[in-house]
Ligand binder design. Structure first.
Ligand code: ASP
Length: 326
């Protein structure tokens, strides 16, 4: 039987409400890892589980320092011969950022599987226990090796990159940009064989101060472009634009963006469309900016922070161009 590490970080999966019918008014991250395990005795049929509590956070309060601490702990477990796979429980709100950070910084082929829940642990028909059980099945499954960081949620298994939370209340809250789910549960089954194990893309810096500020600007019809100078004046070292459609830049933004890029502040163009990718081809006439490809703005921000921390903002451009980051 495999041995899995369970790292609990909080979220609704560990949430407690006063009433079993209350699915929105609750305290996230209230229960400890032991309580999560105790709710699913069937886990004993899947793996031996070593549980630890790293944080008790509502994931809205996750910060880069938490990503770094979690990444260090997961890497230590990946390097531990006694551990076969890792399950991480997390809030759904910023799960996509943490998943991207882990995917881009971890080295190793053992399964790393994030899961979460939309209903608190106290709710009627809470989704957390089954999600935790399924995530353990994914982490224990030999076909999960070499697939990088995975997210097991609801009926589906997703790759970390391209994932985003698309629903605020429905149980099927996550979707991927273009590829969507790569597998499903009961039993664990993948739709395609694992590609070559992804290598570590960026080295995680030692502390959060080394992860530069990158801001996401949401561009609506008529949004004033003076926001660009504002965030740069406030210390942003990189900008991600959440643009309409396939990265369409309003005419009034062209000069401020060109000036910003010329000043050495990289600009990544993502889409504000819920499941939109941005093609590189679209940006050929906009030199200097980088197309986010399959990454939502939230994940493009994490990737750009890591590229800047490594002192080479063009690394992200190259990785996106090579299709290494989808
Ligand atoms: N606010 C919660 C969190 O992200 C939401 C959830 O977990 O579903 O921690």
């Amino acid at each position: 039987m495999p041995t899995l590490a369970l790292i609990a970080t909080g979220g609704t999966i560990a949430g407690v409400a006063a009433s079993a019918t209350d699915t929105t008014g609750y305290t996230a991250g209230a229960l400890g890892a032991d309580a999560l395990l105790a709710a699913v005795p069937q886990l004993a049929e899947v793996a031996q589980i070593r549980a630890e509590q790293l944080f008790k956070l509502d994931s809205k309060d996750m910060e880069p320092g938490h990503w770094l601490a979690l990444g260090r702990r997961v890497q230590a477990l990946l390097d531990d011969d006694a551990i076969d796979g890792i399950v991480i429980t997390h809030g759904t709100d910023t799960l996509e950022e943490t998943a991207a950070f882990l995917q881009l910084t971890l080295a190793g082929t053992k399964p790393v599987v994030l899961t979460a829940a939309m209903r608190p642990a106290t709710a009627l028909s809470a989704d957390g226990p089954m999600n935790l059980y399924n995530a353990a099945c994914v982490a224990a499954h030999p076909d999960s090796a070499g697939r990088g960081t995975l997210v097991s949620f609801g009926e589906a298994i997703f790759p970390a990159l391209g994932l985003r939370k698309c629903q605020t209340h429905r149980l099927d809250a996550f979707a991927g940009t273009s590829a969507g789910a790569i597998g499903r549960h009961d039993p664990v089954r993948y739709f395609a064989p694992a590609a070559d194990a992804p290598a570590r893309t960026f080295a995680a810096p030692a502390d959060a101060a080394a992860l530069p500020r990158v801001d996401v600007l949401y561009v609506g019809a008529g949004t004033p472009p003076d926001l660009v100078d504002l965030v740069v004046a406030n210390g942003a070292r990189g900008i991600v634009l959440a643009l309409p459609g396939n990265g369409s830049l309003p005419a009034g933004w062209e000069t401020p963006i060109a000036r910003t890029v010329a000043a050495g502040i990289p600009v990544v163009c993502a889409s504000r469309a819920v499941l939109g990718a941005v093609n590189r081809k679209t940006l050929d006439d906009r030199p200097g900016t980088v197309a986010a490809g399959e990454l939502p703005a939230s994940q493009a921000r994490v990737a750009l922070m890591l590229a800047l921390a490594g002192g080479d903002a063009t690394a992200l451009d190259r990785l996106l161009a090579d299709g290494y980051i989808p």
